[in-house]
Design a protein around this ligand. Structure first.
Ligand code: SF4
Length: 256
């Protein structure tokens, strides 16, 4: 796995499961609309990146396979991750995310500009619920469902996970669906709100934050103190929540 290999702590070897999962994600063409759109974005580009080759493929998760903190976003940014090939890399949302992860000791550097910039994560892993950039940042329900097995497969490999932090309402709803399918929550519904904390039945925690999109950060809906407070709480919970017993099965999770 390109990302996980690079992120492996020194005492951890990449596994065949991660490699296979990443190859499968990178080759996926399950959603015709998104397949066409991700390639079109890379052909049309934007002026500031006109000289660059866009990734324009599905973007796999990135981080430490032994992570206790799992961050779940929505989808690659058109000229961010869809360009660079690494989650939250190359756009303003990534500046918020990696800056904060660096301040808390999870990231080796505060910036994420391209996939070969040397950035590493320790004790944190980042994934999106949809691996291809959607038009207007709005995947359809069918596309979210089609991509769900990839998140489920990652969850099954992230055996040390203790805190799941979902960024934005769609990521939160999909993560909650996964937890429901696994029997990890008895809640039928939970209303998304920034700062929400939901204890799972096995002692782990589900948290929610507004997504650091410019739509939120430029309007003041999400301020840096609000954002940092959620991450500080997530970090505190990773140290105090119970290690889980048993590992979610990717097959079961596809029910979500
Ligand atoms: S969004 Fe997910 S399921 Fe759809 S084409 Fe991309 S990787 Fe495949």
């Amino acid at each position: 796995m390109q990302n996980a290999e690079r992120m492996m702590p020194s005492d951890t070897e990449p596994t065949a499961e991660w490699d296979q999962l990443t190859r499968t994600i990178h080759a996926c063409v399950r959603c015709p609309r998104l397949h066409a759109f991700r390639e079109r974005v890379g052909e049309e580009k934007v002026r500031r990146h006109a000289e660059e080759d866009y990734w324009s493929r599905p973007v796999a998760g990135f981080g430490d396979p032994d992570a206790r903190l799992i961050i779940i976003g929505l989808a690659p940014g058109a000229h961010g991750a869809n360009r660079t090939g690494r989650v939250f890399t190359g756009d303003a949302s990534g500046e918020w995310l990696y800056g904060t992860l660096h301040a808390l000791g999870y990231a080796s550097q505060p910036t994420a500009r391209h996939r070969d910039d040397g950035l590493t994560l320790r004790d944190a892993y980042i994934a999106n619920i949809v691996r291809c950039v959607p038009p207007d940042n709005r995947p359809t329900s069918a596309e979210i469902t089609a991509c769900a097995p990839y998140l489920a497969a990652e969850m099954s490999l992230l055996k040390n996970a203790r805190v799941y932090l979902a960024l934005g309402g769609l990521a939160f709803a999909q993560t909650l669906r996964f937890m429901q399918a696994q029997g990890l929550t008895t809640a039928d519904r939970l209303k998304f709100r920034h700062g929400l904390e939901h204890p799972l039945t096995d002692g782990r925690q589900l948290l929610a934050s507004y997504h650091p999109s410019q739509q939120n950060t430029r309007t003041g809906r999400l301020t840096m103190p609000m954002w940092e407070a959620v991450f500080a709480r997530a970090k505190a919970l990773t140290d105090t929540s119970e290690p889980h017993v048993g590992t979610p099965s990717a097959g079961d999770s596809q029910k979500s």
